[in-house]
Ligand binder design. Structure first.
Ligand SMILES: Cc1cc2nc3c(=O)[nH]c(=O)nc-3n(C[C@H](O)[C@H](O)[C@H](O)COP(=O)(O)OP(=O)(O)OC[C@H]3O[C@@H](n4cnc5c(N)ncnc54)[C@H](O)[C@@H]3O)c2cc1C
Length: 290
């Protein structure tokens, strides 16, 4: 089946207009459409109304605001890849965006759409979990905030409710922090077989780990996080021994599925290797400035 069922279409003229339309049952936000339209063609999604938010340019920004990086839900993958301020604060974004799909998808696919799609293989879900971002969800009654680590309820399911949309993602910028993302896929532009993102905050001597954020893609990690490995790293030396031990813990505690991309043991092997590499690169990128 390659043809969507009948659907109504409204282009939102303002945020208020979008929010009022979203209160209707069986309504979906249309952002880049790179995930939603294929799902509609396959009839895995059959909304009755699409609310196109592409005219809401007030949701398309990436800026630093004091101790936070703020990313509007309508910022495109290409915007994040090209953003100097995002790259300075978190090189992990550019590592990941370089390997998300291809330039055509990146030009139109949005950051908000990636998170709301909640595909277990979505790269940015693990990245935003690693940097401990917060999602700002807007409804007619106002905003509510949810840690990205609590944003996904399961595959293709998030906490965004009827009448709401994801408006912004906020990321705390901390000093002495480095980050990196490592992905293996079958070919250029493909989804991950497995991927790992690491964020390390070190002490002022840059020897001990103050906190670690570890995100895993496509391997069944709960909320995309390697929580046990993060816990292990806290207070330890930022060295190869700690990284290898944490990576082994991450590989042990994830739940990869055997599929056309490979068997479970291969994916666990990738998790260990990619987590080690991401931690190593994150540590090398630590700068004392925030
Ligand atoms: C060929 C191809 C290859 C790809 N490869 C990768 C890859 O390697 N890695 C990767 O991570 N991704 C990949 N993607 C997915 C890509 O990142 C999409 O851009 C992303 O999944 C969805 O973004 P979108 O803006 O197109 O969302 P849409 O398709 O418009 O929407 C997706 C879902 O999110 C909802 N939604 C969108 N925006 C909001 C909002 N602001 N608030 C509430 N709900 C919202 C929609 O209603 C829909 O349910 C690929 C896509 C394609 C087509």
């Amino acid at each position: 089946m390659q043809v969507p069922s009948h659907v109504e279409y409204e282009r939102a003229a303002s945020l208020e207009h979008a929010l009022s339309l979203l209160t209707r049952p069986e309504t979906r936000v249309l952002a880049g459409g790179h995930s939603l339209i294929p799902m509609m063609k396959l009839r895995l999604a059959q909304p009755e109304l699409l609310v196109d938010i592409n005219g809401l340019t007030e949701l398309a920004y990436i800026r630093r605001d004091g101790g936070e990086l703020r990313i509007g839900a309508l910022a495109r993958h290409a915007d994040l890849l090209d953003s100097a301020v995002a790259g300075e604060c978190f090189p992990i974004f550019q590592d990941a965006e370089r390997v998300v799909a291809d330039p055509i998808v990146r030009l139109w696919g949005t950051i908000g759409g990636s998170l709301c799609q909640a595909d277990p293989s979505e790269d940015l879900s693990a990245v935003f979990a690693a940097v401990r971002a917060t999602a700002v969800i807007r409804g007619q009654a106002g905003d509510r905030t949810v840690p990205v680590r609590e944003f996904h309820l399961g595959p293709y399911e998030t906490v965004v409710g009827p009448g709401e949309l994801l408006a912004e993602i906020r990321v705390p910028v901390r000093p002495a922090t480095g980050s990196a993302y490592e992905k293996v896929s079958r070919r250029v532009g493909d989804w991950s077989i497995a991927a790992a993102g690491a964020v390390l905050q070190l002490d002022r001597e840059q020897s001990l780990i103050v906190s670690a954020g570890l995100g895993l893609t496509a391997v069944g990690a709960e909320h995309f996080v390697a929580a046990q490995a993060e816990e292990f790293l806290r207070g330890r030396a930022a060295d190869e021994e700690s990284f290898a031990a944490a990576a082994a813990i991450a590989a042990e505690h994830c739940h990869p599925a055997a599929d056309q991309r490979g068997p479970q043991d291969y994916k666990r092997h990738l998790v260990a290797e990619l987590t080690t590499r991401a931690l190593r690169r994150a540590a090398a990128r630590v700068s004392l400035e925030a």
